[in-house]
Design a protein around this ligand. Structure first.
Ligand SMILES: [Mg+2]
Length: 266
């Protein structure tokens, strides 16, 4: 009997120690905990959609003759959130994005709408503002149908399949944006990655990205509305040289080096 208690105690202590160590070692923990629990994360989505709506209300009030009004929105981490996937990575002791499990996850249609997204898109629909969804994703042949079903499952208005563009081969959205702008007055663009707005931001140097944002600061909250994403995007590419860095010791060292840039050295 005593032996059984001792074994249970050892098992308990081992699981606590392993649990603590893995929690400390997982580079994703802070970012994902913030996405999963911070009301501030939620508030930033409401703030973004409120600003976008304000811009549309101003455009609608102007009642200008000319092209019909439209918005262009990214999908992932802008309108749809994948927190449950990032939580899975941590619970599976993975600390970098994993393309294979991501593709499997996307097919399960587990996305949830970002806070305020459904109301904002309904506002667009009610006021005859055309909604164009432009995403870059690649889950093979099924990519378009999966993206389309993700939108429908979350109650987003999709006028027809022409209003959804899925770029599998490139993350460059400018050609699609230009062709929409030929026929529509695009009041606002929404995204979680600077590349969702302009290819000019597709830079591998973090300082260059920062400098360009500084130069273009007045675009944000006017023609562009950006949402928070601390786990993926081209800011990752600027650090590692690729958007989906492998889970290697070298990449963990690079991440640490980025996080300690200019750190205090008392
Ligand atoms: Mg996105």
């Amino acid at each position: 009997m005593q032996k059984l208690h001792l074994m249970k105690l050892i098992f308990f202590l081992t699981s606590v120690i392993i649990g603590d160590v893995s929690a400390q070692q997982n580079n994703l923990s802070y970012a994902v905990a913030w996405k999963q629990t911070a009301a501030e994360h939620r508030a930033l989505y409401y703030q973004g959609f409120n600003i976008a709506r304000l811009r549309l209300e101003m455009a609608l009030a102007r009642e200008e003759e000319g092209k019909p009004l439209a918005i262009i929105s990214d999908i992932d981490e802008t309108l749809l959130l994948a927190n449950d996937y990032w939580g899975y990575l941590i619970s599976n002791e993975e600390d970098f994005f994993n393309d294979a499990s991501w593709d499997q996850w996307v097919a399960e249609n587990r996305f949830v709408p970002s806070p305020g997204s459904q109301e904002f898109l309904r506002f667009c629909e009610t006021n005859n503002v055309e909604i164009f969804y432009v995403t870059n994703r690649d889950q093979g042949e099924a990519t378009f149908d999966l993206a389309y079903s993700n939108l429908i499952a979350n109650g987003f208005p999709v006028a027809d399949r022409e209003h959804l563009t899925v770029l599998r081969e490139t993350s460059n959205k400018e050609e699609v944006q230009r062709s929409i702008m030929e026929d529509y007055n695009v009041v606002v663009m929404l995204g979680d990655n600077l590349n969702d707005f302009s290819r000019a931001y597709y830079l591998t140097n973090t300082e260059q990205r920062e400098n360009l944002v500084n130069q273009k600061s007045s675009d944000f909250g006017s023609k562009f509305v950006i949402f928070p994403n601390p786990t993926d995007g081209h800011w990752i590419r600027a650090i590692f040289g690729e958007s989906e860095p492998a889970a290697t010791s070298e990449n963990r060292r690079i991440l640490r080096s980025a996080a300690t840039r200019g750190a205090w050295q008392p």
